[in-house]
Design a protein around this ligand. Structure first.
Ligand SMILES: *[C@@H]1O[C@H](CO)[C@@H](O)[C@H](O)[C@H]1NC(C)=O
Ligand SMILES: *[C@@H]1O[C@H](CO)[C@@H](O)[C@H](O)[C@H]1NC(C)=O
Ligand SMILES: *[C@@H]1O[C@H](CO)[C@@H](O)[C@H](O)[C@H]1NC(C)=O
Ligand SMILES: *[C@@H]1O[C@H](CO)[C@@H](O)[C@H](O)[C@H]1NC(C)=O
Ligand SMILES: *[C@@H]1O[C@H](CO)[C@@H](O)[C@H](O)[C@H]1NC(C)=O
Ligand SMILES: *[C@@H]1O[C@H](CO)[C@@H](O)[C@H](O)[C@H]1NC(C)=O
Ligand SMILES: *[C@@H]1O[C@H](CO)[C@@H](O)[C@H](O)[C@H]1NC(C)=O
Length: 276
């Protein structure tokens, strides 16, 4: 309740801020292929407004509304806006359909009536992400006999998307991650064995896709390889049992020796007592 109040308060402040400071830039993240509507939110609808939409601050005029006319100028910039713009005469809002990364940039709307106000929208178009691909990256000629000694190596990759982060997860915990701007990206993961909880995620600020590891395909599952998974544990156990074993033997020997000694001493005692 309180949170909601605070939130709506913040929202009001934001709106007021935007309206008051017409230089503020509104951030608009969009996924490639989607449509976005840039709405200047005219507080008072004035019939004699002149509304002009420009792409890239003070750049290309792409749309214009006068009192009796609406025009779309979509042949600028080699026609990147061709058949993609819609203008609402009532609200003055501009819709860009089937958006691509070429449409990333600042859109500025100038509303002139008695006064002049300017609003800016910073449209950032993010790629629609493919599901990452996970392949086995283990040495090809490793013999199966020694594979239990070797770590399983997986490679997670995405192609043809830039500015993404690739991350390996086990359950919900992040194991490793890289941020890359190249179009070809991969991130490897080395493990002794696998279970179903491993996954690789590709993400950008607004989207993410996850691929879960298929144990049967890629690596030996942890469930049926107690040794490879718990090698160190097994070693530790072995070491422990050796120590315990040696200790037991030592104690037994000590017992035998001391009990013999004891017998001897008692014997001496006895002899002494009889002597006295
Ligand atoms: C718009 O209306 C004005 C008069 O109100 C007129 O002079 C002008 O020619 C009109 N423009 C168009 C494009 O119809
Ligand atoms: C637009 O938004 C992007 C992503 O948030 C940011 O990197 C860029 O600096 C912004 N540009 C402007 C002019 O605000
Ligand atoms: C296979 O192993 C041999 C020697 O163990 C090595 O010389 C060769 O480069 C390996 N080949 C591959 C493809 O890993
Ligand atoms: C991306 O990787 C693939 C296969 O590994 C390769 O065929 C392709 O040329 C690479 N593309 C770029 C842009 O590096
Ligand atoms: C194998 O993986 C374990 C942990 O999973 C790691 O401690 C060890 O260094 C790895 N060994 C190699 C050769 O990569
Ligand atoms: C992945 O995207 C979903 C929405 O599609 C979001 O709820 C989730 O928080 C995102 N996860 C990460 C780690 O960014
Ligand atoms: C894992 O791979 C096996 C064999 O290719 C396949 O039958 C199975 O459906 C896969 N499982 C998942 C969850 O993709």
């Amino acid at each position: 309740m309180v949170d909601r109040f605070v939130l709506s308060c913040l929202c009001c402040c934001c709106l007021v801020g935007v309206l008051a400071d017409s230089n503020a830039v509104k951030s608009v993240p969009v996924t490639e292929g989607d449509s976005v509507t840039l709405n200047p939110d005219l507080s008072v609808k004035q019939s004699d407004n002149l509304i002009m939409w420009n792409f890239k601050t003070n750049g290309y005029l792409i749309a214009k509304i006068t009192s009796n006319h609406t025009s779309i100028i979509d042949d600028v910039l080699d026609g990147i806006f061709r058949d993609r713009l819609k203008l609402d005469h009532q609200t003055g809002s501009l819709t860009i359909t089937d958006i691509t990364t070429q449409h990333t940039g600042v859109y500025q709307v100038t509303i002139s009536s008695k006064t002049k106000s300017v609003y800016r929208f910073n449209v950032t178009v993010y790629a629609r992400l493919p599901v990452p691909v996970i392949i086995s990256d283990s040495p090809q000629n490793s013999s199966s006999s020694s594979s239990s000694q070797q770590n399983c190596s997986l490679l997670c990759s995405v192609v043809n998307v830039g500015h993404v982060t690739l991350s390996w997860y086990k359950g919900n915990s992040l194991l490793s991650s890289i941020s890359v701007s190249d179009l070809n990206n991969s991130l490897s993961l080395r493990l002794r064995c696998l279970d179903d909880s491993y996954s690789c995620m590709v993400s950008n600020p607004i989207n993410n896709r996850t691929k879960y590891v298929n144990v049967t395909d890629l690596c030996r599952p942890c469930s049926d390889c107690a040794f490879c998974c718990h090698a160190s544990e097994a070693l530790a156990r072995l070491a422990l049992s050796v120590v315990v074993g040696v200790a037991t033997v030592a104690i037994v020997f000590y017992d035998i020796i001391t009990s013999r000694k004891g017998v001897n001493e008692r014997h001496h005692d006895l002899q002494y007592k009889t002597a006295s």
